[in-house]
Structure formats: C-alpha cells, structure tokens
Design a protein. Structure first.
Length: 132
C-alpha cells in the first residue's frame, strides 16, 4: 500500500472519493474505479475519472503501473496517513490547534455509536496509562 508522506498535497473532495475506491479495491484500472463509483450512484463519467487519476498521478497521490495496456492505479497515500494529514489540517486551521475542541465537536452531535464510544474510552485509557 502507499507510503506515509507528509509532503504530499492535501487531496480535494473529488480526489478523496477516488482514493476511497482505491483503498477499498486496491490497485485498479480506470474502468474498475469508474464502475465502482457508478455502483455508488455517482454520476461521473469515465473520462472524468481518467482525468482525475492523471492529475492525482501528477500530484503524487497515486502510482501508475503502465506495464499493461490498461494502466493500474494505486493509492500512494494510505488511508491512515490521509486521515492523519486531514485531521492535522482541521485541528490547525479550524480548531486553533486544539485536538480536544475537534473531539468535542465531533462527538457533540451524538452520532457516535456505542461501539465507537467504547473504542474511544479504550484509547483514552491506553493514552492515560502511557502518560502516567
């Protein structure tokens, strides 16, 4: 899978949509990415997906294997690395560097499931144990 690289550009919303497909499917052709998006009711054309993948390749967000007739694209940025990068951007630029404000805002809407809350409690316990 992709490398953890902080210097890669922050993906746009459309690029994130394509990265999500590549994270779900693994290395894929343009046709496979397009078909997946069509299955999710996305109204994006094949040539649009191709153009986005070409742009993303130029930015370093995806790798392209052109050893076969149909080029195969794979995410250069892992899902975890993208989440870290975007979360850091949000914390720094929207929440004035306060991770706690981000967490309170995210959980304040009451959208976390019981399982997610249990995972959060477990993480907090592990963090507390590591800091005492």
């Amino acid at each position: 899978m992709g490398v953890v690289a902080i210097d890669l550009p922050r993906p746009t919303n459309a690029e994130l949509g394509i990265l999500r497909v590549l994270w779900a499917l693994g290395p894929s052709t343009v046709r496979r990415v397009h078909e997946f998006l069509q299955g999710e009711k996305a109204t994006v054309g094949y040539t649009t997906v191709l153009k986005f993948l070409q742009i993303m390749h130029g930015k370093g967000l995806v790798e392209r294997d052109d050893s076969e007739r149909a080029h195969v694209y794979s995410a250069q940025l892992s899902q975890a690395a993208a989440q870290r990068q975007l979360t850091r951007f949000l914390v720094d630029n929207v929440f004035d560097g306060s991770s706690s404000q981000l967490v309170m805002q995210a959980l304040g809407g009451g959208r976390a499931s019981a399982e997610e809350l249990a995972e959060i409690r477990s993480l907090l316990e592990r963090l507390e144990q590591g800091h005492t």
